[in-house]
Design a protein around this ligand. Structure first.
Ligand SMILES: C[S@@+](CC[C@H](N)C(=O)[O-])C[C@H]1O[C@@H](n2cnc3c(N)ncnc32)[C@H](O)[C@@H]1O
Length: 285
């Protein structure tokens, strides 16, 4: 119980990070990463005081929470574990995420994921044939994602697909959209802003808790949605907890409901909007 409370309160404070490397051969890369992220480099000789380490191991980049009872490290791995399982067995184009972006009957779509996080949703869509531009504004989360994409690009099964279909921008999503020419607007814009804080005892996953500690609550999500609505050619999709209210702004045109998640669908263009179907239907699959 003590560890649980200590861990909860440690995540209420903003995390402090330092870069470390496991082996001297990675020192130059660690210095470059620390400089890029404006973080201290912790070494045995000069250990920086930090709540988390961004650790360059011989295999990958991982984020480690420090202290007794800390959960295991966080890293992005598209080649194994949950991402790989979902690629093989996730339900293909029948799964709610694919239906939400409107993949049915289309060979692939251009999608901008404006809240890329650890890239899990984007990877599912890329595996189903979409071309993804991933936008993430937290430089630390983006560094973890970039490392996951780099390793995935070397994998014999998915490397070519990841290289061709997934690219990452470290930027604020709204500013990124405003910088695009109309010819660069995607068919679909996808948003998965941080969920409202859970009040009940069930904990969010360690990844989600850490993402929230690093990125904060995405309180500007309604502004992001408003900008997305003027930059998507076909639709905007917002992922929400199943019972959460929609983001402030226009009401969604339709919804796709999954066991724990809901996808709110918005049709940005008047030409498409005249075919609107009532909210709660799933007629836009
Ligand atoms: C809930 S996570 C997304 C998880 C992601 N869908 C996945 O599958 O891993 C939300 C992420 O969106 C990022 N984010 C929120 N608002 C953003 C914005 N305006 N521009 C860029 N990134 C944003 C946060 O930093 C955070 O990493």
């Amino acid at each position: 119980m003590f560890f649980y409370l200590a861990r909860q309160s440690s995540l209420l404070l903003p995390p402090t990070l330092a870069v470390v490397c496991e082996s001297p051969i990675q020192r130059a890369n660690a210095i470059a990463l620390a400089t890029e992220l404006a973080l201290p480099l912790a070494t045995e000789q000069s250990p920086a005081s930090a709540t988390h380490h961004l650790a360059l191991t011989l295999e990958r980049l991982e984020l480690r929470e420090l202290g007794v009872g800390a959960p295991g490290p966080i890293y992005v791995d598209f080649t194994a574990g949950a991402a790989d399982h979902r690629r093989r067995w996730g339900g293909g184009r029948q799964q709610p995420l694919a239906r939400a972006v409107g993949l049915k009957g289309s060979s692939g779509l251009t999608v901008i994921d404006l809240t890329a996080g650890l890239g899990q949703d984007a990877f599912v869509l890329a595996c189903l044939g979409c071309s993804l531009r991933l936008v993430e504004r937290s430089p630390v989360i983006a560094a973890l994602l970039r490392d996951g994409l780099r390793r995935a690009s070397l994998n014999p099964d998915i490397g070519a697909m990841v290289t061709q279909r997934m690219s990452l921008q470290v930027a604020d999503g709204r500013k990124y959209l405003l910088s695009l020419n109309a010819s660069e607007w995607p068919e679909v814009i996808y948003l998965d802003p941080m969920y409202p804080e859970r009040r009940k005892t069930a904990l969010a996953s360690k990844e989600m808790r850490l993402l929230r500690a690093l990125a904060g609550d995405d309180l500007d999500a309604p502004e992001l949605l408003a900008t997305a609505l003027t930059h998507a050619r076909r639709r905007v999709v917002v992922k929400r907890p199943r019972r959460a209210p929609a983001l402030s702004g226009p009401m969604p045109d339709a919804r796709i409901i999954a066991p724990n998640t809901r996808f709110d669908l918005y049709l940005p263009h008047p030409k498409i909007a005249c075919k609107r179907t009532p909210t709660t239907s799933t007629a836009m699959d």
